[in-house]
Ligand binder design. Structure first.
Ligand code: PLP
Length: 358
């Protein structure tokens, strides 16, 4: 196989910062690895992507992304598997979603080769940052933003594409408390909810802060028209176990199509569960909590994998679920997903992209 790094100019850092990292005590997002991918778009085309030492970018205060929000990102992970190789989970899926986000934000598509080979080369260069410590992984953050400097409101004609990475530890799955949101919305159908665009997150902070002041951890977002149907939990998709079936809100333009969500639904079917993707109303959820036919609720996403929800605030009433044990669906499916990513279970769906290390 050709060495993917052949195609990317690489400037290596003079002294690695890896000595500063304690891989047994990783805090999400604290450390950024030695190198990054950087490419620039201008005059209607992407220039060559380069791998350079991670560092600051010089920008004008009139950089369009800062004012008009053309900025999108992805989040994925690389793992050190049991035979010492490094694999990245479902690069293609993340690339497809990145492309959808770019299109919706009227930004130029990043060529597939630049995204995938750039990412693989970067991880090869920074392979020492992919720890084999139990539960550790390398979080990968590709992103693009409008970099043209101009005060007027316009579609940018210049963009930057960056990939940076950072080591992360096992996410401590503390059960979390959600508040059903019946005043604010994260997004609306027809809006940008299905993209990972920067603005979606800026707009979510304030309602989340209010929910925290009321003693919750996250908001359970509901539809924009009636606040009647459940969309997502914070920055995660939400799944339920109801009457022994795996139930999750069906995707629409207000929901982010999580790669973890899709993977877990596939594994649920493999495990013999019935899966329903459909509208889930707040009333149905409340009824299920009262009748105890709703036995599990959890958020799913790349960062946490699975995060149990044990407390619900619904229109001023509080409900709770027991903390899930090892026999719960969420714990079993999480274990299975982790085992596949680490190479302890066969990767029958072809989700692991193995990086060739030289
Ligand atoms: C990223 C994200 C998710 C989870 O997606 P994964 O691909 O599983 O990481 C869910 N909801 C929102 C709003 C997100 O930004």
């Amino acid at each position: 196989m050709a060495d993917v790094t052949d195609t990317f100019p690489i400037t290596k850092i003079s002294k690695s910062r890896i000595g500063e990292v304690d891989f047994t005590k990783l805090e999400f997002g604290k450390h950024i690895a030695d190198h990054m991918v950087l490419a620039e778009y201008k005059n209607g085309a992407w220039g060559t992507a380069e791998i350079i030492p991670y560092g600051e970018l010089k920008m004008s205060p009139a950089t369009l992304a800062l004012h008009y929000g053309q900025a999108v990102f992805e989040g994925m992970k690389a793992f050190r598997n049991k035979d010492g190789n490094i694999s990245v989970f479902r690069i293609q899926k993340h690339y497809e979603r990145f492309t959808k986000s770019l299109e919706r934000m009227c930004m130029p598509i990043v060529p597939e080769e630049m995204f995938i080979n750039g990412l693989k080369s970067l991880i090869e260069v920074d392979q020492a940052w992919v720890s084999d410590v139990e539960g550790a992984s390398l979080y990968i953050r590709p992103h693009a933003f409008a970099s043209e400097s101009k005060l007027g409101l316009k579609i940018s004609e210049q963009y930057k594409f960056v990939i940076m990475t950072g080591p992360v530890g096992p996410y401590f799955n503390k059960p979390f408390r959600v508040k059903v949101e019946d005043e604010f919305v994260r997004t609306a159908e027809g809006g940008t909810g299905f993209t990972k665009c920067a603005g979606n997150y800026g707009g979510a902070f304030y309602p989340t802060m209010l929910a925290r002041q009321q003693g919750y951890d996250q908001v359970l977002w509901t539809d924009h028209k009636e606040h009647k149907y459940i969309d997502e939990a914070g920055m995660m998709n939400v799944l339920f176990v109801m009457n022994g079936k795996i139930v999750t809100p069906a995707l629409n333009t207000a929901l982010l199509a999580g790669v973890t969500r899709g993977s877990i639904l596939t594994l649920a079917k493999d495990m013999g569960y019935e899966v329903e993707e459909r509208k889930v109303s707040v009333d149905e959820m409340e009824e299920g909590l009262k009748e105890k036919t709703l036995t599990e609720a959890f958020g799913v996403g790349t960062a946490a994998v699975v995060a149990p929800i044990t407390e619900f605030g619904i229109h001023g009433m509080d409900y709770s679920l027991p903390v899930p044990d090892v026999n719960s669906f969420q714990q079993k499916v999480k274990k299975k997903l982790i085992a596949i990513r680490r190479g302890h279970e066969p990767d029958v769906h072809g989700w692991n992209d193995i990086i060739t290390l030289s």
